[in-house]
Ligand binder design. Structure first.
Ligand code: PEP
Length: 230
């Protein structure tokens, strides 16, 4: 089981250090933290597994505001998220550039958690599988079944909304994704200590990507404990 905490634009270096002082990880579960860029060095210094929240596809260049895989490696970062729905929806990321980011990071030796998922409108119009197929196939084309690639199924309607996919909805989407690309699939979307065990007990759910509930050391530790017993 892999549990990843996406801190989004929360926790500068000081708050990150306080979090790690208070966080008590259970054994038997792989835990990844995705702090903002400015807190990566402080997080790496704890010896924990640290991923950035994005990564560019070129090693260097005139790309204001971007960070390359080589730069992350120099800092001791282990991997990167790509294609988070907030990146896709608010910052114009496309299936193509998400796939390029994933491929560059994997080729540079980083791990990748690549996010896919449908909007509420797409689900309601019956297009969930079509959307997932397009997103996953772009990743599969760029990266194949790379051993350091993990997919995160994050239905957009369940992110930060308090609405969670039912275990059956998550299981169906995960099995569909697994049929397209044989890599582990994390579930993301309002995972909390109260619902983690049931979601993580689904046969095709290989872990979780957690946003809001990863900001508090006790609630994130509780989700990690649920994973360690699933
Ligand atoms: C996320 O941002 O990846 C996420 C799943 O957020 P939340 O857990 O807050 O819904």
């Amino acid at each position: 089981m892999l549990i990843a905490g996406n801190w989004k634009m929360f926790k500068g270096p000081g708050e990150a250090e306080s979090f790690f002082d208070a966080f008590d990880a259970p054994a038997g579960v792989d835990v990844v933290f995705c702090p903002p860029y400015v807190s990566l060095a402080a997080a790496v210094a704890t010896g924990r597994t640290i991923y950035a929240q994005n990564v560019h596809w070129e090693p260097t260049g005139a790309y204001t505001g971007e960070v390359s895989a080589e730069m992350l490696r120099e800092l001791g970062v282990d991997g990167a998220l790509v294609g988070h729905s907030e990146r896709r929806q608010l910052f114009g990321e496309t299936d193509e550039n998400v796939a390029r980011r994933a491929r560059a990071a994997l080729e540079a030796g980083l791990g990748v958690i690549a996010c896919v998922g449908e909007t509420l409108e797409q689900r309601e119009s019956g297009d969930t599988e079509l959307v997932l197929k397009i997103q996953v196939e772009a990743l599969a084309f760029a990266a194949g079944e790379h051993e350091r690639l993990v997919i995160a199924y994050e239905p957009v309607w369940a992110i930060g909304t308090g609405k969670t996919a039912t275990p059956e909805q998550a299981q169906a989407a995960h099995a569909f994704i697994r049929g397209l690309l044989d890599r582990p699939v994390l579930y993301g979307g309002s995972v909390k200590p109260e619902n983690a065990a049931e979601l993580l007990s689904q046969p095709s759910v290989d872990g979780a990507l957690v946003g809001g509930a990863s900001l508090d050391p006790d609630s994130f530790a509780a989700i990690c404990r649920a994973a360690s017993t699933s």
